[in-house]
Design a protein around this ligand. Structure first.
Ligand code: MIG
Length: 820
């Protein structure tokens, strides 16, 4: 065995971060003696060195670094010619990962790197890497040694990794793909693309999330390949027993994320790449969007109609026509002569205003944004130094390089004027980036890449994320303690730290309604919980039924926004007349009742890394048939929904996972673990609550904070098993929760055939203003004789003909005993 020295662990000094004007060369492969390479596979391991939790193995030419990130996360990198690239990531967040113990063992055949949860084995003879759980179950193994091929045109390497695929293994996640939920048998590409009216199976789409899940016999692991170049996936297509991923450049750099529970893999991915911040409460209300509402009178008229018709709504959007010639950060003076006044009038009736901002800056010497960008050299250039120019809405445009920290800071500051006018949120569109005609930037556009430099090949997939990051960070700075609201179309892993997302330009068809459901679930398990679709379909004309069913699904997507293209008929919840208007109202009202529940689910996302939407396969990964279910999902901990996805159906099949479920509308009790036929008249959809759940509900408000709450309704469903529910409350609009000023309550319940006990514990420093809970208890299997609250019997309680019990307590109750 040759011995490497510790120096081999280091990054080549020529790769160190350099400033823009620094003449230092930045080379992928500084070893001049190496000739051109065609596809090369790693050969037998010849040597290794260890350094704490990092291990570097070499076959004499290439090196592989294996590092333990946490007990459950192991990182693998490959340097084809032995020099690792500078270690930089837009995706990762700082996080205190826990490593309990790392053991290194060498035997005749392998090197074994073990944590208490997982072992990474590297075979000596052929450099295959595999991961084994502590009971010896083989989670994942290389089907071939990692390989690479020189990219003659651009330098660097195409890098490849292939893992064996079992017959019982299926694949999930990968962001926003418009295809079946289960990705086995599919090839997919990650390259952010503006895809107007995308079709089912069209690929790539708007976002690049290089994270997939493998599920085999109930065992789940994830692979997060943190590489921003165009990346390809093959899930058992080329060969039934092999799954591969490869990128057109950069480093083979993946994180093996151990489960074995699917939900834990997603949680751990969120620990690596972050979660959403707590959204302002109003952002969880209903949003009305349209390309475009103008002039100002039209905006007011739409907002007023919501109030007149008593359909709740919190946000109205201004699409591109609010600007002067589509110049960002300006107003069209003819349509919006007095924006400040308009926005304050909207605010008076409880509307927040969200405005669109695109990345293209009009080439116009009389436009201050262009002038500032030009003077400071903030716009992207081609490799031969020409500016990157292309046509978008404003006409000829140049584009800020959002991968430059200075540019991001400048851009963030540009929002001052919009904030002064009263704007409450920002919508980032076209940030794939999209360019008319050519589609996007050419490959040779250069980027700062936070001083690591790169062509558009490397920066393309992060461009949109860095734009919305600039937006979010700018708003956060300008608004001080107020939570920003942002929504973006493009993104890369980690984008959730800065924004919500919508799925782009979908179509008003039933097929797209089904895709909307699948795509939101997929985004949610890909780390992006705050997602939604254009309710009703962006392009095309929905009929009243399709629109209404879409509103119903929208209640259960974390972002609930109706939107439509400019060439479609009006598309507000009342546009289709009765009975659609009343049904839409009923469901938007349901959304508002559930706000405290959804807010609590967001808290669990933020704090405990749980996705807000959880597909059935995540709830019951052991049932093989669940690998193929994609309609039902759980919304937070306790509500299971199944949208109606076909026209004219009087009922539909719904699978309920094992356990006790109650129909939200009728309180009919079900024993899960099988499918049921549920009736689906247009004014209803299948919604079920888990036995033992406590769900807080607000009274219907026309917008968040319409009035001061006097009480919160706490609905609780009987269970014999002990069940816990988390309820979260805070100031709603500021960052006090980061200083622990919040209230997290746990309601624990358990029942027998003669008693039902509810206990509440609280933790945190926030005090809500309301005083009381109005309790409603469903499913009690006995006739109530006594209700005891904190040791004292209360006399005032009532039940209806179906034995639904109602009573009132203070919000601080500790223990409630309901006795036969
Ligand atoms: O080229 O701003 O996806 O939501 O309404 C179209 C106009 C540009 C695409 C977005 C859509 C938005 C539209 N935009």
């Amino acid at each position: 065995m040759e011995n490497l020295t510790n120096l081999d662990l280091m990054i080549d000094p020529s790769l160190k971060v350099s400033d823009d004007n620094n003449e230092e060369k930045f080379l992928n492969n500084p070893i001049v003696t190496v000739g051109p390479v065609t596809k090369q596979y790693l050969k037998a391991v010849k040597s290794y060195i260890t350094d704490g939790n990092r291990f570097v193995f070499s076959d004499g030419a290439s090196k592989v670094q294996v590092s333990v990130i946490s007990d459950e996360i192991i990182r693998v990198r490959m340097a084809p010619q032995g020099t690792f690239l500078a270690d930089f990531s837009y995706a990762l967040q700082p996080y205190d990962h826990v490593i309990t113990e790392v053991k290194f063992i060498e035997n005749d055949l392998q090197y074994l790197i073990s944590t208490p949860k997982v072992t990474c084995a590297i075979t000596k003879a052929d450099f295959l890497i595999s991961f084994i759980d502590r009971d010896g179950f083989l989670m994942s193994s290389d089907a071939k040694p990692m390989h690479y091929e020189e990219n003659v045109q651009f330098g660097g390497y195409y890098i490849y990794c292939s893992k064996t695929c079992q017959t019982t293994e299926d694949f999930y996640a990968l962001g926003d793909k418009a295809t079946e939920f289960n990705l086995r048998g599919k090839r997919m590409v990650l390259w952010n693309t503006d895809t107007y009216a995308f079709a089912k199976n069209q690929d790539p789409l708007y976002r690049s999330i290089p994270f997939y899940l493998s599920l085999n016999k109930g065992y789940c692991y994830g692979i997060f390949h943190d590489n921003t170049f165009k990346t390809h996936y093959d899930f058992a297509v080329e060969s039934m027993d092999c799954t591969s991923f490869w990128s057109d450049g950069g480093e083979l750099n993946y994180y093996y994320i151990h489960g074995p529970q699917m939900v834990d893999v997603v949680r751990r991915y969120s620990m690596l790449t972050g979660t959403h911040q707590m959204p302002p409460m109003w952002a969880l209300g209903f949003h009305q969007c349209r390309w475009s509402y103008y002039p100002d009178k039209k905006v007011k008229q739409v907002a007023n109609t919501f109030r007149e018709k008593k359909i709740p709504c919190d946000a109205i959007y201004l699409d591109i026509d609010y600007m002067n010639g589509y110049r960002c950060f300006t107003w069209n003076e003819r349509y919006f002569p007095d924006p400040k006044n308009l926005l304050s009038e909207l605010n008076d009736i409880g509307f927040k205003t969200v405005v669109i901002i695109d990345p293209g800056i009009k080439v116009d010497e009389n436009y201050w944004v262009f002038k500032e960008g030009k003077a400071n050299n903030y716009f992207c250039r081609r490799c031969d130094d020409y500016f990157m120019e292309g046509n978008v809405w404003p006409g000829r445009c140049q584009f800020p390089d959002f991968t430059n920290p200075k540019v991001r800071e400048w851009w963030g500051g540009l929002f001052q004027g919009l904030l002064d006018a009263g704007v409450d949120g920002v919508w980032n569109d076209m940030n794939e980036p999209a360019v008319f005609g050519s589609g996007s930037f050419p490959d040779d556009v250069r980027h700062n890449f936070d001083h690591h430099r790169g062509s558009h090949r490397k920066a393309h997939n992060v461009y949109g994320m860095q734009m919305v990051r600039a937006t979010y960070e700018g708003l956060q700075k300008l608004q001080k303690n107020k939570r920003p609201f942002t929504i973006t179309r493009a993104g890369y892993s980690g984008v959730q730290r800065y924004s919500s997302v919508w799925t782009g330009d979908n179509v008003a068809t039933w097929e797209h309604l089904k895709l909307a459901n699948v795509m939101c679930q997929r985004l949610s398990i890909s780390g992006i919980s705050f997602c939604g679709t254009d309710i009703g379909g962006f392009t095309g004309e929905p009929d009243g039924e399709l629109f209404t069913r879409w509103i119903q699904l929208g209640v259960f997507t974390p972002l609930m926004r109706a939107h439509s293209a400019g060439d479609t008929r009006e598309r507000e919840p009342w546009s289709f007349g009765e009975p659609f208007e009343s049904i839409c109202r009923k469901f938007i009202e349901l959304r508002y009742k559930l706000l405290p529940y959804l807010y609590s689910a967001f808290w669990q996302h933020y704090k405990y890394h749980l996705p807000v939407l959880r597909p059935v396969v995540m709830l019951e990964p052991n049932e093989h048939i669940n690998h193929f279910r994609e309609d039902e999902f759980s919304f937070g901990d306790s509500i299971l929904v199944c949208p109606v996805l076909q026209p004219g159906v009087a009922n539909r099949k719904v699978y309920l996972p094992k356990g006790t479920w109650y129909d939200y509308w009728t309180n009919h009790k079900y024993k899960g673990g099988k499918e049921f036929v549920i009736s689906t008249p247009l004014d209803s959809m299948p919604i079920f609550v888990k036995g033992g759940a406590s769900i807080p509900e607000y009274p219907v408000m026309q917008h968040v904070n319409e009035f001061e709450l006097e009480s919160v309704t706490l609905k609780t469903w009987f269970s014999e098993m002990e069940e816990k529910s988390i309820i979260y409350e805070d100031h709603g609009e500021n960052f006090a929760y980061k200083l622990d000023i919040y209230l997290e309550k746990t309601i624990t319940v358990r029942g027998t055939n003669g008693s039902f006990v509810m206990e509440q514990t609280m933790h945190g420093m926030y005090t809500p203003r309301y005083e009381k809970y109005e309790h409603i208890v469903y499913g009690l299997p006995f006739k109530v004789k006594k209700v005891i609250v904190d040791g004292k019997e209360i006399k005032k309680y009532s039940f209806d003909t179906t034995n639904v019990l109602s009573f009132t307590t203070t919000k601080q109750f500790k223990k409630i005993e309901i006795l036969a």
